[in-house]
Design a protein around this ligand. Sequence first.
Ligand code: 5GP
Length: 116
Amino acid sequence: MSYDTNNIFAKILRGEIPSFKLYEDDYTLAFMDIMPQADGHALVIPKFEAVTLLDIPADQLSHTMTTVQKVMAAQKSELGVEGVVLMQLNGEGAGQSVPHLHFHLIPTHLSKLKRH
Ligand code: 5GP
């Protein structure tokens, strides 16, 4: 599948639409999901133009996963969550709705559940 430069995350990367940024470096951007599946649901994307995991070179993927680690560490230390679900969908058939590679970091608030 060819890369659509008008997808919503490409627009976020270009600053054409706003996002709540958590972290940015030369290769990656992390920001809050607009429709969070849990409190603190974050997204990490490469700046490299990839639609799915099959479209990104290893060095760019490595940068992306390093950012995933940084954001996950912040979720654990700053939000105090007990766990984080890492989710990543590839292709419309898998439910991918935005055609720019992205990793979901979805905190699990197990401590809250245990109190009830
Ligand atoms: P997918 O279903 O493709 O794996 O996930 C796409 C994610 O992008 C969804 O969780 C959705 O809420 C999020 N999303 C879609 N549009 C926007 C947007 O304009 N801003 C932000 N921050 N997140 C978005």
